[in-house]
Design a protein around this ligand. Structure first.
Ligand code: FPP
Length: 236
């Protein structure tokens, strides 16, 4: 077990504070989302530079449908734009896109773009970018149990071991996040990666997501490097 914490293999981020960032500037909340989305390409580049191989971004939760229609459609639009604009860079940089979440509720065109982008980047190995869209941690655990049951029709759930379930989660095959970052001042995980965050270090910052630049990211990494991870054990 690796207790050294110099560089996380997997970082998960709850990008919170877009609405407040815009409100502080007397602008509609959607402007905050546009600014927030514009940070993603540089963040990916930064991770590549630092050798971080897995990044998961919480873009749209199962609870976000209750937001006003214009906000929901802005978020969908930003996602489509990101897929269209960034696919070339993802290919050039070796980024594999993996959208996690129940995408069946999205417009058909968006579902098609997502599947296409995932297929096109499936062979890339420098970094896996998980974009959590219509994602919830409880959904992920449930769908994993259901998928396990389909794959093992004669088994009883009493036989299901934790290590097995990992193979059916939406992040199957990837290391669990070492570091969770939540911007925007809240100290909760809001139904994000409930299973996978079991041993993650949690970094909460008041910085609003649109202000989370490279210097802020470095601060989080420096904080992480100072943590001692024991995974429930003791350090000799
Ligand atoms: C939370 O801020 C943020 C979201 C619900 C959406 C985050 C999405 C993006 C940054 C776009 C991501 C796009 C891609 C392509 C990955 P909030 O609106 O809840 O902020 P508030 O707490 O200040 O109201």
């Amino acid at each position: 077990m690796n207790t050294s914490t110099t560089s996380p293999a997997h970082i998960a981020i709850i990008m919170d504070g877009n609405g407040r960032w815009a409100k502080k500037r007397f602008m509609p909340r959607t402007v905050g989302h546009v600014k927030g989305a514009s940070l993603v390409p540089d963040l990916v580049k930064n991770c590549l530079k630092k050798g971080i191989r897995h990044l998961t971004l919480f873009a749209f939760s199962t609870e976000n449908w209750s937001r006003p229609d214009d906000e929901v459609s802005t978020l969908m639009g930003l996602f489509i734009q990101y897929l269209e604009k960034e696919i070339k860079n993802m290919q050039a940089e070796g980024v594999r896109l993996n959208v996690i979440g129940d995408i069946s509720r999205f417009p058909q065109a968006l579902q098609d773009s997502i599947r296409q982008a995932m297929a096109n980047t499936a062979g890339n190995t420098s970094l896996t970018l998980n974009v959590a869209a219509n994602y919830g941690g409880r959904w992920d655990i449930l769908q994993a149990v259901q998928a396990w049951q389909v794959a093992n029709p004669n088994a009883s759930v009493a036989d299901l071991a934790p290590e097995q379930l990992g193979h059916y989660l939406s992040t199957a095959g990837q290391p669990e996040p070492d570091l969770l970052i939540r911007t925007g001042g809240e100290s909760r995980i809001s139904n994000f990666m409930l299973w996978q965050l079991a041993y993650a270090e949690f970094y909460f910052t008041d910085t609003l997501w649109p202000d989370f630049d490279a210097a802020e990211f470095d601060k989080a990494l420096t904080w992480f490097a100072g943590r001692e991870r024991r995974f429930g054990s003791v350090v000799a």
